[in-house]
Write a protein that binds this ligand. Structure first.
Ligand SMILES: [Zn+2]
Ligand SMILES: [Zn+2]
Length: 497
């Protein structure tokens, strides 16, 4: 038996099509052995003549949503013939879930083509689509997502089971025959006909449309129609807070300055709202009164692509909520709380498991800055400077723009942005997220860090948990926490003597 190698790949390598990618590489390089997921990432046992090239290609050609932190290999005896994708084993295997990702080029082409997914608003594959927003529990497989009620048709199942297909083990795989359905609703009743065409009609007529998206509902209107923008402001009771905009790249460039770095950020699979300087054709001042920059995002789901294409104008896409309250995610909830704001609702029957706002980012003097970590960036970790994060700690942050931070194994896992804790529903969301992230990260803190302010809801939550579980409670002065967080994010290792 020839010697082989045991190759360990660490990073964001689960739920991103990594095992079928390894399988295809192994075929290309004539490698025998197996690949599996476990608690540490992906494990490959490989034997063949071209192991160096195979190993180099693992990092160089990784799938679009993968992030490789390390590839470590050691000599090992590898038995068996052929190359198999092994059943994952051990505790912690298959528990990872990656962030939601914007629709990939292949899926956009498929929606615009003549195949069975032509015009289908829920098209996705291993390289794109919903993940965290549809997750109900772990491990991440279809039965634990809001896709569970949709039984795969034979054609989708064949793709799902074929390692050579880009939908191999893509949990939300769907098509018009078996997947979620889209419709337009007025006054609680479904309007028969083409939902997208009718939704575009509402927008063209200056109306307000509620759109069920990935991490919640949006309120949409024609951003090039000042009256529609004013109507949305009046109905939403939101006099001045900027509205986010959605349009394809070419259309954004008519109204905003887009540098190379900003274009790259717009096209990131996280599809954040990117703050861009105004230029060229001026849009209504009412979109963002007094702001030099407008927030822009590209369409990031098939539904958005279809709507933007049908509309052919810039859309306002602002969070569908009542001022101060969290974004609406349920259909009945939308009918209740957005019914007075929206003239019609673009609805579907795939449930949203988690509220995830759109992320907000910008390019600053030193590169990408995250202003609001949300959809597309969670769950995800930040590496901490060496020497930090050896112990498990949970930190609960301030009262405004709340988020939770879990530290473990030298990494910080930041929760999604949850908004201000003045609102009872947001507080409820905060408690739910706390339990959620602890389970996802398999987190068992030995200490709880809270703001020094005794009356912040986040402080009270942390103090109560510390007391209930007998954990050490650390109170941190607010501005000290801001500074330390900034230093940590920048990787500052401390002064050297
Ligand atoms: Zn795709
Ligand atoms: Zn199907």
């Amino acid at each position: 038996m020839r010697g082989g190698r045991r190759i360990r790949v660490r990073g964001q390598v689960q739920g991103v099509g990594f095992r079928p990618f390894v399988w295809a590489l192994a075929r290309r390089f004539g490698i025998e052995g197996r690949v599996s997921n476990d608690a540490e990432g992906v494990l490959i046992e490989a034997r063949g003549a071209d192991l160096d090239a195979f190993e180099a290609a693992l990092a160089a050609e990784a799938p679009p949503l993968a992030r490789i932190d390390a590839v470590e290999s050691a000599p090992a005896e590898v038995a068996g013939t052929g190359f198999e994708i092994a059943v994952s084993g051990g505790p912690g295997a298959e528990t990872r879930v990656t962030p939601d990702a914007a629709t990939c080029r292949d899926c956009i082409d498929e929606i615009g083509g003549g195949g069975r997914r032509a015009g289908y608003a829920f098209t996705n594959c291993t390289n794109c689509g919903p993940r965290f927003s549809i997750l109900r529990g772990l491990p991440y497989d279809r039965a634990q997502t809001t896709m569970a009620p949709f039984e795969m048709c034979a054609a989708c199942r064949a793709e799902y089971e074929d390692p050579g297909d880009r939908r191999f083990h893509a949990q939300p795989v769907a098509c018009p025959a078996c997947g979620p359905r889209l419709w337009l609703e007025r006054d609680g009743a479904e309007v028969p006909g083409d939902a997208i065409a009718q939704a575009a009609e509402v927008l063209r007529g200056g109306g307000i449309l509620a759109v069920k998206g990935l991490g919640g509902f949006h309120l949409a209107c024609d951003a090039e129609n000042a009256d529609a923008v004013a109507l949305l402001r009046a109905r939403k009771h939101r006099p001045a807070k900027p509205f986010a905009l959605m349009a394809p790249e070419a259309r954004i460039a008519r109204h905003a300055e887009v540098s190379e770095a900003e274009a790259t950020l717009l096209r990131d699979p996280a599809a954040p709202v990117v703050l861009l300087a105004r230029r060229g054709d001026q849009l209504a001042e009412g979109l963002a009164p007094g702001q030099a920059r407008l927030g822009w995002m590209l369409p990031y789901t098939p539904l958005h692509h279809l709507l933007c294409d049908a509309m052919g104008r810039v859309l306002v896409m602002t969070s569908g909520n009542l001022s101060g309250a969290p974004q609406v995610i349920g259909n009945d909830e939308a009918r209740r709380s957005l019914g007075d704001i929206a003239d019609a609702m673009l609805m579907h029957d795939r449930e949203i498991a988690r509220r995830l706002d759109d992320g907000v980012e910008r390019i600053g003097a030193r590169g990408r800055m995250v202003l609001r970590r949300a959809r597309g960036r969670v769950p995800g970790t930040l590496p901490l400077p060496e020497g930090l994060g050896a112990r498990q700690v949970v930190a609960y942050g301030g009262q405004l723009k709340s988020a939770i931070c879990l530290v473990k194994n030298g990494q910080a896992l930041l929760s999604h942005h949850m908004g201000d804790l003045d609102d009872a529903l947001t507080v409820e969301e905060f408690g739910k997220a706390d339990a959620d992230y602890a389970a996802l990260f398999d987190h068992r803190p030995e200490a709880v860090a809270v703001d020094l302010h005794p009356d912040f809801r986040s402080t009270r939550h942390g103090a109560a948990r510390a007391e209930a579980e007998g954990l050490r409670l650390i109170r941190v002065q607010h501005h000290h926490a801001h500074m330390a967080a900034a230093l940590g994010e920048a990787g500052w290792r401390g002064a050297r003597a």
